[in-house]
Unconditional design. Structure first.
Length: 466
């Protein structure tokens, strides 16, 4: 599809899967925020096959906004309800989309949000095109973008039949998080940092996303996904790109994506020896999990980037459930001087820059300072450059607002998705050993062996302040 990029703000927002969990947890609170903070006045049309009425959808919106801290007695919430429409019908039936076309009224630049399983993307996009609802429209799709490289390509092909890439917005909510954007800003807005981010000064990079809880009630979903597909292929590779990409060139929104795409295309594909997978003890007892499941709840991997800036610098990423803390952060370790002037034995981890991504936001520098006294000896300290609470604006509010304005900067693109799948494609599934680990530990011991020559792992502190 080569239709031109839609110009101007979208004048209707249609979201499929209006009665589902994603709508309850993310979309309704985001819509309320857009009405309250950004003056959204366009028609908002929910579509689902649930046998519901508009009044039932409004009650669902009320419950959702209230559960997420919104004021349902405010003028903004009353305004949201007045903009809300509902179409109940089967996605396979043309009449559903004919009704949708009527509900859209005079809208000429609709935005369609597919908060539905990817298996339904082809059906819905075909029906949108046949009904005329796809004309001059934008399309937002939710991850997962396939299960591997081939399925992702097939998914993109079905979307491309009716929507040009310029009008497709692939949501990875991690890109809407303030701390992730803060990595890019800190790097490129400060002249003292950017010159250091290369192989001449950086020894290694570690990225950790830890959760101190298990799969909980998502057993069936998680057992079809695993840690690599769930967060490493997307969220963690996006953080890697933010830490290592070249500065974007030009003022277009595409410039940021172009730089990320170039970087991710230079990341080597993972080999089995680059990966350690783990599964916490007791995972098989979770409802929905197969008794013989080989799905990983922990994964650690070693990445390398084949370009001049980062040649030879190892990058380690790990993510897991039932680890000691819930935290996400990236640590850039700098090279020590070629000779320790004061003859001390100094830890390799004494010079670093730490980006705390969650639950709070912290940027810190690890350094050494002299201890008081006659001797020229020092101690490791960490200078906190900034410490902030998490941003008030939820990622989905930011992302939906950007999509309606046609701003693609915080979304991922077809070639970026393909590059991410290429990196992990050969190690998906049960192709590497699966090791057991105890709840409350940092995963299997084999993860320490993975980083042995460049480690140790730098474990996030619970508060993120240390």
């Amino acid at each position: 599809m080569t239709s031109p990029k839609v110009k101007g703000k979208s004048d209707a927002l249609v979201f499929f899967g209006a009665t589902g969990d994603l709508a309850y947890k993310q979309i309704f609170p985001a819509l309320f925020g857009l009405v309250r903070d950004e003056g959204l006045t366009t028609p908002i049309i929910g579509v689902a096959k649930s046998g519901w009425t508009l009044d039932q959808l409004k009650e669902r919106a009320k419950d959702s906004v209230s559960a997420h801290g919104g004021n349902i007695k405010s003028e903004s919430f009353v305004q949201l309800l007045s903009q809300l429409h509902y179409v109940d019908g089967d996605y396979n039936v043309p009449a559903t989309f004919q009704t949708l076309r009527k509900e859209m009224g005079k809208a000429k630049r609709p935005l369609h949000y597919l908060a539905i399983p990817p298996v339904l993307f082809a059906t819905v996009t075909d029906q949108l095109a046949k009904s005329g609802c796809a004309d001059n429209a934008r399309l937002v799709v939710e991850k997962p973008f396939g299960r591997d490289r081939q399925s992702a390509a097939e998914l993109s092909a079905c979307i491309d039949r009716h929507f040009s890439e310029a009008n497709v917005f692939r949501i990875d909510h991690y890109l809407g998080k303030e701390p992730v954007q803060n990595i890019l800003y800190t790097r490129f807005a400060n002249p003292m940092f950017e010159p250091l981010f290369n192989r001449n000064y950086v020894r290694s990079i570690q990225i950790t996303m830890a959760e101190n809880f298990g799969v909980q009630d998502r057993g069936r979903f998680y057992d079809e996904t695993g840690a690599i597909r769930d967060v490493i292929q997307n969220h963690m590779l996006q953080v890697l790109a933010s830490l290592t990409m070249n500065p974007p060139t030009g003022q277009e929104h595409e410039a940021m994506q172009d730089s990320k795409a170039s970087l991710l295309k230079a990341v080597r594909a993972l080999r089995p020896e680059d990966v350690v997978r783990g599964q916490y003890q007791g995972y098989h007892k979770v409802p929905g999990v197969a008794v013989d499941s080989t799905v990983e709840t922990f994964a650690a991997a070693r990445f390398e980037i084949d370009n001049w800036r980062w040649a030879g610098v190892p990058i380690f990423i790990r993510s897991g459930k039932l680890l000691p803390v819930t935290a996400a952060e990236a640590v850039v370790e700098f090279q020590r001087p070629p000779r320790e002037t004061f003859g001390e034995i100094v830890s390799d981890a004494s010079a670093h820059m730490r980006f705390r991504i969650g639950p709070n936001v912290t940027v810190a520098l690890g350094t050494r300072v002299k201890t008081p006294g006659d001797r020229m000896v020092g101690e490791d300290v960490e200078l906190i450059l900034t410490r902030q609470p998490a941003a008030d604006k939820p990622p989905y509010q930011r992302l939906l607002g950007d999509a309606m304005n046609g701003n693609s900067e915080l979304f991922t693109r077809e070639d970026i998705v393909d590059a991410e799948w290429r990196i992990v494609n050969d190690i998906l599934g049960n192709v590497t050993p699966l090791y057991s680990y105890e709840s409350g530990t940092w995963g299997p011991d084999e993860a320490e062996q993975l980083i042995a020559d460049d480690g140790p792992w730098l474990n996030p502190e619970p508060s993120g302040d240390a």
